[in-house]
Design a protein around this ligand. Sequence first.
Ligand SMILES: Cc1ncc(COP(=O)(O)O)c(C=O)c1O
Length: 483
Amino acid sequence: MDHYLSQDRAPVLEALERMKRARLVPFDVPGHKRGRGNPELRDFLGPKCLDVDVNSMKMLDNLCHPVSVIKDAETLAAEAFHAAHAFFMVGGTTSAVQAMVLTAVGRGDKIIMPRNVHRSAINALILCGAIPVYVNPQMDHTLGISLGMRVEEVEEAIRRHPDAKAVLVNNPTYYGICSNLRAIVSLAHAHGMMVLADEAHGTHFYFHDDLPISAMDAGADMAAISMHKSGGSLTQSSMLLCGPNVNAGYVHQIINITQTTSGSYLLMSSLDISRRNLALHGREIFDKVIRLVEYARDEINTIGDYYAYSKELVNGDSIYDFDITKLSIFTRPVGLAGIEVYDLLRDEYDIQTEFGDIANLLAYVSVGDRPKDIERLVAALAEIRRNYRKDSSKMLKAEYIEPEVVHGPQEAFYAEKEALPIEKTAGRVCSEFVMCYPPGIPILAPGERITDEILTYIRYAKKKGCQMTGPEDMNIQYLNVMK
Ligand SMILES: Cc1ncc(COP(=O)(O)O)c(C=O)c1O
């Protein structure tokens, strides 16, 4: 590789610097003209930011058809992430997940996936008309979290659906749990199926040996990585990685079906700079994160009642590995739902955590955190326990509710439907999503039967303060069901 294509370079950043030096007179979009046309915005975001909020031009390449600096930046990213090809994505990891699903399956094709996928994966099925074959994730009945897919169950799904085209795997789940990706890849490949990994929460796996195996190293065909999560880039910037057997030209066409023709250079330069940072310093960055999280876990576990879990959960199958950078905390023994602790932390202690569900809290720790921030979190959790502890015996235990898939997501979403008061929907087939966001894993997806158990769960999550989203009725008092 020549010097220009080495990991200490950042081709998009360098091109933007050249453009600034060229002092172009802009008679192109964006209309704010380097911020001069919008002083308020320029004051708020700063001139450095608006100076590089520019559109594609010859010296900056074009995201829709990269031939120079974006292509070079993507080549460096592919090398850093052990991929054959990397695509810069400016529509979040949602767009990367959807591009990989749309690449692998079309109308009527089957795709094997766990049910605890992010909504972006099922939304991709609404777009393309493929049919999900769910491998129900195992549950940890104490923690109330869904785990990984057992290899045996993937094997069974493949045996029952040998015509499936692909298997999608979370690597890891939001809580940090990994399936045996290498074994799933070899099973799927032996049956001619592609493997797609949602690595929204696994970008850092590529840069530290103490972390679970990454999708590309496990031989997966495609992976959607959230650079804007653990990778440090700007919100909404993401990457799609492809292995050597994927037709990158075709993937490119798929991406261009929905991707903007005005890719943001703020987002692209942030991907370029963050890739360089990870390639050069990733190991030490994640060393520091691991140390911070291990310290936090130890401290939280000495408070009492809370349980910050880690690798001791590993069972060689449904929890094949655990991402030790995740600070996932079981809160139910304190008598509080995770979402209640989340609300208390924000309202009473000015601490914003990532999310809380009905039994767990996730605090997101990164290289940007300092030991004193961890101390504040630990002290706040201890005080919450002292001041708000309740009897936990009547709390709802989160159980995995196995969905009855009556119709494919596309058919159900576009079907004739009626809006019914939610309490009158038991037994009907839902034609929209219901989920808590975050984490954005559907409680109900289009095409699934609504049951009393599901309605109880929704009522409980609403009562505890989970932010519910999905339905057309923003108040979630009505649900659209198929006629
Ligand atoms: C597992 C998973 N996949 C995909 C996404 C989508 O990412 P984005 O918000 O960048 O579109 C998320 C978002 O949180 C996620 O948790």
